[in-house]
Design a protein. Structure first.
Length: 335
């Protein structure tokens, strides 16, 4: 009998790519999403790619009644649901603590009640704060610097306490570095509402003519070309990491894994790679540093490789190629 996996926030960017990977691996998928940052159309697209339609329930993780009904019969949870804009979290901290922390506590309570004690959780490299040592290993001290990052840190701590209270739980915390790219088909991808906060969607929108130029946030960092360096990871590689974690979950008590490539690229290197992949010129202007940004951040992903048998396969060229393919085929996103 195939296993049924409950994806909170499964209609979003990373969740939708994970749904595709799980369906292709033979799992049944239930997507539970309030559509606050995604579109129903993504369900049709997932079906188009895989030939299988995931079950979809519109609901909020803070709504116990709907959640209890929806989660019935599921074997494990992948918990993507949450708000993720760093700047917005500084302006609206209570919304972030309510959605992310209270929402997660509510989800874990429902899981406990229904005796579903297997979970893969979407955490973030942002929990490390300003790196003291590179590459970042999972035991690096945690010091998130904004409310969004603090919600991820708090949820990790809650999950750890939960495991300590009841060893029947199986918990994999995945700390993503910088997810970019899209499914090869160009049918699903990142669809930011309003002005994109992140580099790759912003570059894509410049390439497609939606924005005039990229603002490069600072070229006076202590890096070879002065611009910030990040560990970009193809979203399909990331999605496969969830499958690997799920497959190992029975052997895991509480474990944390970095999911990154282990290689950093500067802003200007990404611009160059995107120009090559798209054949479009990306005009840019150097502007002030963005408050809260660190100079360099990249993962040591060797724990995931050793214990989950997972390794990122796609390079920056493939990430740019697939981002551009999605953006050029869907200039208005899922609209
Ligand atoms: P996303 O916004 O595309 O997906 C999140 C989904 O959760 C959306 O579909 C949204 O509608 C849904 N959602 C939000 N609040 C909800 C609630 N209360 N109840 C039900 N559904 C709710 O974001 P994403 O990029 O796919 O990120 C998925 C997860 O990974 C998030 O938890 C995010 O914090 C984490 N993460 C993302 C990144 C990144 O750069 N994209 C990096 C590290 C970690
Ligand atoms: C990458 C680089 C910018 C936009 C964020 C969150 C993190 C995680 C991933 C969720 C930096 C530069 C960017 C632009 C630019 N999300 N940049 N012009 O900040 O590393 O991480 O997303 O967990 O928590 O903080 O990603 O894509 O915003 O920036 O020059 O218009 O691109 O300064 O060096 P970041 P990003």
């Amino acid at each position: 009998m195939s296993k049924k996996i409950f994806l909170t926030g499964g209609a979003g960017y990373i969740g939708s790519h994970t749904a595709v990977v799980l369906l292709e691996a033979g799992y049944d998928v239930v997507i539970y999403d309030n559509l606050s940052n995604s579109k129903y159309e993504v369900i049709n697209r997932i079906e188009k790619i895989t030939g299988k339609r995931p079950e979809f329930i519109k609901g909020d993780i803070r709504d116990s009644k709907t959640l209890e009904k929806a989660i019935e019969g599921c074997d494990a949870v992948i918990h993507f649901a949450g708000l993720k804009a760093v700047g917005e979290s500084v302006e609206k901290p209570l919304e972030y603590y309510d959605n992310n922390v209270c929402g997660s506590v509510n989800l874990f309570k429902v899981m406990q009640k229904k005796n579903i004690k297997k979970i893969v959780f979407s955490s973030s490299a942002t929990v490390y704060g300003d790196p003291q040592k590179l590459p970042l290993t999972e035991d690096h001290p945690l010091a998130p610097v904004n409310p969004y990052g603090k919600t991820k840190y708090m949820i990790e701590e809650i999950l750890k306490d939960l495991y300590n209270s009841d060893k029947n739980w199986h918990i994999a915390v995945l700390r993503y570095f910088n997810p970019v790219g899209a499914h090869e088909s160009g049918l699903i991808g990142e669809d930011p509402q309003g002005i994109p906060n992140n580099l790759m969607p912003y570059i894509s929108q410049v390439a497609v003519g939606k924005r005039e130029y990229l603002r490069v946030f600072g070229n006076d960092y202590d890096t070879p070309d002065g611009t910030g360096i990040r560990d970009y990871i193809h979203v399909v590689d990331l999605a496969k990491g969830h499958l690997k974690a799920l497959e190992k979950l029975d052997e895991i008590g509480y474990e944390v894994y970095n999911l990154g490539t282990g290689r950093g690229y500067s802003v200007l290197e990404v611009v160059k790679a995107f120009e090559k992949a798209s054949g479009k010129k990306i005009p840019y202007k150097i502007v002030e540093r963005r408050p809260g940004d660190v100079a360099v951040c990249y993962a040591d992903p060797s724990k995931a490789e050793k214990e989950l048998n997972w390794k990122a396969e796609y390079d920056i060229n493939k990430m740019c190629k697939d981002s551009w393919n999605w953006q050029s085929k869907n200039p208005k996103g899922y609209e």
